[in-house]
Ligand binder design. Structure first.
Ligand code: SF4
Ligand code: SF4
Length: 472
């Protein structure tokens, strides 16, 4: 089994040692822009870097998001990772050093640990060091110990509610309040973690590996379903600064996960099957697939689904203009097979709404009897055509999909809303009530909100009289 380490980072050496000690062959491509080809799926990736062909079963992206802090009041702020703690402490200083967290965004754990370490090192050298943050982070033993060590070294902690920073004559004036005390700090140097933006180099890395990114270009951050190191593409892992804090544990997880997926593990998920006779190689599915699971098979003159990479989300099925894709292993769905105008169909995403609908129905009293449920692997599986077909049997169809940022397939929820909007417009154009199609965005933890949305949808269309219990 081979691993490709891609990116320039201090963690590369530890990663090579860990994986080689477990019999994994390791190739490293530090310069991501030198990677001219990357294709394939977990267990069988092929890349070209620096004129060399590389075969790898899995990939570890070690490139780190830039997250450069923006200037404050025209004054430069230094990134927490721009220099090593040793370099920070080597300079003589007239003013105190200020470590500023939670200013540009809620700072991640690794930034807090870095700032604590540096502030403690400076204070231990009898330098004045301030640690300013909105939140105290003592979630784990390590940061709790680091907190007391840094405090004992003499660093000053300010947990601010209010903060105002201005700059004059090259000096920052910081006015902070923790609701009880007011602090006035003058300094010419602020360290901080940066804005929610990964920077150009990291974006390029995501493009090379065909990875879907969230807000600000992050690959894993705030996507709980990918933590700690998975990305949108099976077999490609990204080790950020937080995961690097527990490097050994993280590498062990990656090795276990990659071995399992390379062996073809599918945990029961459906997969796309393409009818080569219908496919016209328009590549729509390839562009839309959030998991890089489609690749053109020029010999067969049709698209090919890479089984190990396919997550079975169904987005390609709803977008293929030739209906050339079906989902093998998709849950069967029993349609009533006869028109029943008073009934409502709720298409529920399996990653969220489908876990809430059972409880939601219990809040709906008698109305629940007029509701049918269809589970879908992702909101993205719901096409305007699917909605139209359902309206042949139902008076109303609602797509219950994930809230923004929570879709396990990145934009499946948005695609469902788009398709439902198109269907509603088409119904209006046809002079049919455009109100028979709706969407709601709920997570697994929102049964009440889902119940209220369904009741509102049904009663607004007079499909049933409200039951007192639910109308409250
Ligand atoms: S979207 Fe459909 S027709 Fe287009 S390439 Fe994919 S399978 Fe073929
Ligand atoms: S089902 Fe989803 S993951 Fe699989 S090929 Fe289609 S879009 Fe990609």
């Amino acid at each position: 089994m081979n691993l490709l380490i891609a990116g320039k980072s201090d963690i590369n050496r530890a990663a090579r040692e860990f994986f080689e000690s477990r019999g994994v062959g390791v190739k490293t491509a530090e310069d991501i822009s030198g990677i001219t080809k990357f294709e394939g799926e977990v267990g069988d990736f092929r890349a070209a870097a620096g004129g060399e062909e590389i075969e790898a079963a899995f990939v570890l992206l070690t490139e780190l998001p830039a997250c450069e802090p923006e200037p404050i009041d025209g004054g430069a702020v230094e990134g927490l990772f721009a220099r090593s703690p040793e370099e920070m402490t080597s300079r003589s200083r007239e003013y105190p050093d200020v470590f500023l967290l939670d200013y540009f965004r809620e700072s991640p754990a690794h930034a807090a640990i870095r700032a604590l370490g540096a502030a403690g090192a400076l204070a231990a050298k009898k330098r004045r060091a301030y640690y300013l943050s909105r939140f105290a982070r003592t979630a784990d033993y390590e940061s709790e110990t680091l907190y007391s060590e840094t405090r004992n070294a003499g660093a000053v902690f300010v947990k601010y509610d209010e903060l105002k920073i201005t700059r004059a004559g090259g000096v920052f004036k910081i006015a902070a309040s923790d609701g009880a005390l007011e602090y006035e700090i003058s300094t010419d140097h602020i360290y901080s973690d940066g804005a929610r933006d990964v920077g150009g180099r990291f974006r390029a890395a995501a493009r090379v590996f065909g990875l879907r990114a969230g807000k600000g270009g992050f690959l894993v951050e705030d996507r709980h379903f990918l933590e700690p190191v998975r990305t949108s593409r099976r077999g490609v892992y990204h080790i950020g600064r937080d995961a690097a804090l527990r490097a050994g544990e993280t590498f062990a997880f990656i090795l276990r996960d990659a071995k399992r997926d390379a062996a073809g593990f599918r945990d029961g998920r459906a997969r796309a099957e393409i009818d080569g006779n219908k496919c016209v190689l328009c590549r729509t599915c390839e562009r839309a697939c959030p998991h890089a699971a489609m690749t053109p098979d020029t010999a067969a003159r049709a698209m090919k689904n890479m089984v190990s990479a396919c997550e079975g989300c169904g987005i390609c099925v709803s977008l293929c203009p030739c209906s050339a894709i079906a989902l093998a292993g998709e849950r069967d769905y029993e349609s009533p097979g006869r028109a029943c105008g008073h009934r409502t169909l709720i298409m529920c995403c399996e990653n969220g709404a489908n876990e809430a609908i059972g409880e939601a129905l219990s809040f709906m009293g008698a109305l629940a009897a007029d509701v049918d449920i269809r589970a879908v692997p992702c909101g993205g599986r719901i096409s305007a055509g699917e909605l139209g077909r359902a309206l042949e049997n139902y008076g109303g169809v609602m797509a219950a999909v994930c809230p923004d940022g929570a879709c396990a397939h990145f934009d499946g929820n948005k695609r469902a809303c788009l398709q439902a909007g198109q269907m509603a417009d088409a119904l209006k154009l046809a002079g049919l009530s455009g109100m028979d199609v709706a969407t709601v965005q709920v997570s697994h933890a929102m049964p009440r909100a889902l119940a209220d949305a369904v009741v509102d949808f049904m009663t607004r269309h007079g499909r049933s009289e409200p039951d007192l219990e639910t109308a409250s």
